[in-house]
Design a protein around this ligand. Sequence first.
Ligand SMILES: Cc1ncc(COP(=O)(O)O)c(C=O)c1O
Length: 378
Amino acid sequence: MSKQVIRNFSAGPAILPQSVCARAAEAIQELREDGHAVAADGIGLSVLEISHRSPAYEAINDEAERLCHEVLGVPETHQVLFLQGGASLQFVMVPFNLRQEGKVACYVDTGNWSSKAVDESRLLGETRVIASSAESGHDHIPELPAAEAYADASYVHITSNNTVRGTEFVELPVLAGGVPLVVDCSSHIGSRPLAFSRAALGYAGAQKNLGPSGVTLVFIRKDLLARPLAGVVPRYLRYATHAKTPSLYNTPNTFGVLVLKLMLEWLRDQGGVAAMEELNRRKAGALYNVLEDSSLYTPHARPGSRSLMNVTWTLGGAPEDERAAMTKRLLAAADAAGLVNLKGHRTVGGLRASIYNAFPEEGVRELCDFLREFERTA
Ligand SMILES: Cc1ncc(COP(=O)(O)O)c(C=O)c1O
């Protein structure tokens, strides 16, 4: 009997291309000197056992950094860093490093992750939420207010794709008065061209479009590295510390950076972020169409704010307890059909399909067919 194909809709750690997993497995067996994983031409060591100060790892680190510029479009004005501690540590490092005396840290509240970023900032100093979609269940990206609302900001922080609620900024905003924009782009980096030149600092946990958990990509405009810090900042939490070497202040997640490099090579070979956008629009469009055409499903995000990466919806119509039971039934049937990890985030419930770059179009078609059939027989 042939093995069932599993379609993994996990929000992260998420699906990776099979070719990337295969090359990572080769590198675990034996690494080639330039950081490529070809056992026949290897150095006799696994990527897991080489020093982070060896020439082989330096080649991996340097190439991964270069590909962030080439493939993701991180401008040359920005320093690329591979850090640890997840995107969550960036909630802490951003205010530590970018706060300025007499200024206010400003945030746009678009859901769970931005609220967490706000909470960390509040521990360190005055923090202002300048726009929020909380009142409508974070179902859209709110308009940014006029410049006066953030004229005294040390920076403005946004979450450009909201993994839990399934909303996305159509474009990164341009802020007035040269106020630095900080972007948590964890869950849509690499999914389409993004104007990173508008961001003073961007960060992304790798475990969606960039590889495994345990690596966080950070890019920061180089002039910000020299700016005086407000108050005492532990050495490890300073971006300048990590920029000096770069990304080798302490032992990095060497394997994670290798896989990130493999992911960027894969993305480049698919035609880069522009080709990926076309594919992602087709994938998400097909799924949103099914939800829109249905009288059972209700998409959570409003048109104009819908994420290409995380599609969220609920079952409508029936009383609450019936809906919950039907959602459970749907999840069980989906699981049995090999469509796994469709459960919405534990804090919001409902359903969520995370369809990152590596998620195949065929799998989206299967989900669309499944949803139509479930509705027909419900
Ligand atoms: C947009 C966003 N920001 C931050 C985080 C937190 O990331 P981590 O678990 O790497 O700290 C996540 C996790 O899914 C996320 O989706």
